[in-house]
Structures are given as C-alpha cells and as structure tokens.
Ligand binder design. Structure first.
Ligand SMILES: *Cc1c(COP(=O)(O)O)cnc(C)c1O
Length: 393
C-alpha cells in the first residue's frame, strides 16, 4: 500500500471535514424546521456519493438526492438507510428495483404513477412518492394544469403515499423574475390542492442558489448540492455562508529538463521559450480533464472582453494568458499545448523542485477520469485553492 501511495502520480484529495463544515454552514441559513436534502448525484459531484452521504447525514441532512435509481441502489448496498429521492423519471420496469431498495421515486406522469402503484400492490406494500411539477425548467414533471387534470385518477391509485411535491428552478442565481414566476405557479397549485384537502408533508423547490437568495421559498425542505461541495453557484457574489474547498487535484513532477531560449515546446510548436529555464513534465492531460474548458456564452460585454483578452494574452505569451499550476506554493505557468496525458510547466524560478514534487492543479471538477484515485481526509483543511485559480478558468 505504501509503495502504491508513493508511486502514485495523480490523485484527488477530498476533505470530508470541509464537507461537514459546508453542511453546517448551509444548515445555519435554513429557516427553523426546514429539512436538508443533500444532493449526491454524479457520484457526489465527483467526491464519492457514499462518503458525502455519510458526512451529510451525520451533520443534519435528512434525505439524499440522486439522479438514477442505480445510484440509490449503490448507497443502499453500502448500508445507507436514509430516504433517497430519485430525481429522474423511472423507466417502465424500474419500479421493481425502486421498491426493492426503498427508493423514493419522483413521478412525472400518470403512466409512471400507475406502473408504480401496480408494482406496489403486487408486493403488498405502500411507497412514498414525490410529485415533480414542471414550472419552467422544461424537462420533467407534470405541468400544474396536467396535474390538476389527472388529479382524480392519481388519487384513485392505491399504494402511493403522497409524501412530497416539488419543482426545480431554471435560473435561481440569475433571474429573479422568472424564479418568482416559477415559485408562484407552484404555490398556486399547492393552494388549489389544499382547498381540496390535499396536503404534502414535504414541499420543496430550492437548489443551492435559491436556498441562499430566497429564504421565503425554503418551504419544508431544500435540495442542496453545489454549496456542500464548497462552491457558490455562478452569479452569486455576497454569500451568508463561508464555504471551504472540498476537492483538489494533485500530480507529481515525473521529469525535469533544462530548456534553452528559442526552443519550442509540445505539439504544434505553439510555445517558444523566452529565456533559459527548467521545465517540469507532469503526467496529466486532457484525458484527465486538465486544460479542458467549456467556453460558456459570455454573460455580457465585459465577460466577452475578458475572454478575448485572455486569448490574446495567450497568443502573445503574456502571463495572464497562461494558466498555472502550483509547485511548492508558487505559481508555474503551463507552457505549450496540454497533451493527452502529458503537460509541461516552467519551474525555472521555483526553488527546491525535484522529480516527485507534488503539484496542485487548477482543475475544475467537471471532467475527470474515473481512474484517478481519491484520497479522503477527515479534518484538515486542504490547501485552499487560491483565488487566482478561479480567474484562470
Ligand atoms: C442537481 C439538483 C439539485 C442541486 O442543485 P445545486 O444547484 O447543485 O444545489 C437540486 N434539485 C434537483 C432536482 C437537481 O437535479
């Protein structure tokens, strides 16, 4: 094991203590009595669904959220007993596993509800469900009108426990008006159901952004992912919570090499060395999601100007056009193109660099090979990723 550890060249460090801290921070801003559903889909946003689930449940979450039934099954098989809400609609036939593993399905159509009710009847059990209402995300759920239209048919289905009802915001961080529009549609539906005597113990609408921005929308529960993983939703600047970084991507220098002024580096010879220096080779590349960035549509002219300036900077080899890794706490620019599995950085001005020195990569968590091992830390705070990295991407 120790040999394996020392020969490891890429790893992700996950700070479970930071996740616990973030869960506690989120709990602090909830209105009294509001439950927390910890979203652990996509393998806990790359942190490991099981590890995150355990920490979140130990620190006050009362429900977990996943996209696929398979994710819920894995958690059950690892001993998680808390309720697990499955966000996506079940495919016909998946009712059986949902029941077997005591998952809580989200229902988006009468057909799904009917299949689930039949499966529950065959087993002689009742199943808690959450009705998904579509108010503007445009993906899944009953529209308020279609829910009212088939209400009598839905009520006639045996075996379903009407535990929850929810909707999902499309632009909670950025579009106040639209968020209120979605919320009002949802509340109107609730009121109309209440007037018929139908009440739900768990009504929920807030994701991370809405949890921070709209306490009046907390209702009975919030569904939080992003914040637990130490990130503020894009577009939110002032936050009532202080979050800790939970995830960092590391590698080691596998080779050091002198390079002289005028020589070129990497594929396409896109980079020419401006002065004699020392280069470090890192065993990471776009295969690991390193250097891969999704260019979103610029949010405005200033944003567009920043992106263009960065591209121009990188063309002229200016420092703010590069992106950086950290070696011994100092920044080293990536030089030349990032390859599939190798990257080159300039460490000419950094002291005490040798083969094997760990390197902190400024990688977003979006794209990452599943073969990279994760190392869990319980309590320490991993080197907080400095602000500079945020700007780089
Ligand atoms: C992913 C997801 C969330 C969590 O969103 P964050 O912005 O990461 O907090 C909440 N609800 C549903 C239905 C989701 O799919």
């Amino acid at each position: 094991m120790s040999d394996y550890q020392s020969s490891k060249t890429r790893w992700v460090r996950i700070n479970l203590g930071a996740i616990a801290h973030n869960v506690a921070q989120v709990s602090r801003v909830l209105r009294p009595g509001v439950k927390l559903l910890a979203v652990v889909k996509a393998d806990g946003y790359g942190h490991g669904a099981l590890q995150v689930a355990r920490v979140a449940l130990a620190h006050g979450a009362s429900m977990l959220g996943v996209t696929h039934p398979e994710e819920g099954i894995k958690l059950r098989e690892s001993g998680i007993t808390a309720p697990i809400l499955v966000f996506r609609p079940l495919l016909p036939g998946e009712e059986e596993v949902a029941l077997e593993y005591r998952l809580t399905p989200s229902l988006s159509s009468f057909e799904q509800a009917k299949l689930l009710a039949e499966a529950a009847r065959r087993r002689g059990i009742r199943v808690a469900v959450h009705w998904k209402i579509e108010t503007g995300m445009g993906r899944t759920g009953f529209t308020p009108a279609s829910f009212k239209d088939c209400l009598d048919q839905l009520l006639a289905l045996p075996g379903l426990i009407w535990e929850g009802i929810y909707t999902h915001f499309a632009a909670a961080a950025g579009d106040r008006e639209f968020t209120y529009h979605q919320f009002h549609q949802f509340v109107e539906l609730l009121e109309s159901l209440e007037s018929k005597g139908i009440k739900f113990p768990i009504r929920h609408v807030c994701n991370s952004a809405a949890t921070l921005l709209y306490p009046e929308m907390h209702l009975d529960m919030v569904r939080v992912g992003t914040l637990l993983y130490g990130q503020l939703p894009a577009g939110i600047k002032d936050s009532p919570v202080t979050l800790r970084e939970t995830w960092s991507f590391w590698t080691r220098i596998i080779h050091l090499q002198r390079a002289s002024r005028g020589s070129t580096i990497g594929y396409g010879r896109t980079y020419r060395i401006p002065r004699d220096t020392v280069l470090a080779i890192l065993p990471v590349g776009y295969h690991d999601g390193f250097g891969v960035d999704v260019f979103p549509r610029p949010a405005g002219l200033i944003d567009l100007a920043k992106i263009l300036a960065k591209i121009a900077g990188s063309y002229f080899g200016l420092p703010w056009g590069s992106f950086y890794v950290q070696v011994n706490g100092r920044y080293a620019p990536v030089v030349g193109r990032v390859g599939m599995e190798l990257t080159c950085v300039d460490v000419g001005t950094i002291p005490d660099v040798s083969v094997g020195t760990p390197v902190l990569l400024p990688s977003r968590r979006t794209v990452l090979s599943e073969t990279i091992p994760r190392v869990y830390e319980e309590s320490q705070v991993v080197t907080d990723i400095p602000e500079k990295d945020e700007k780089i991407f």
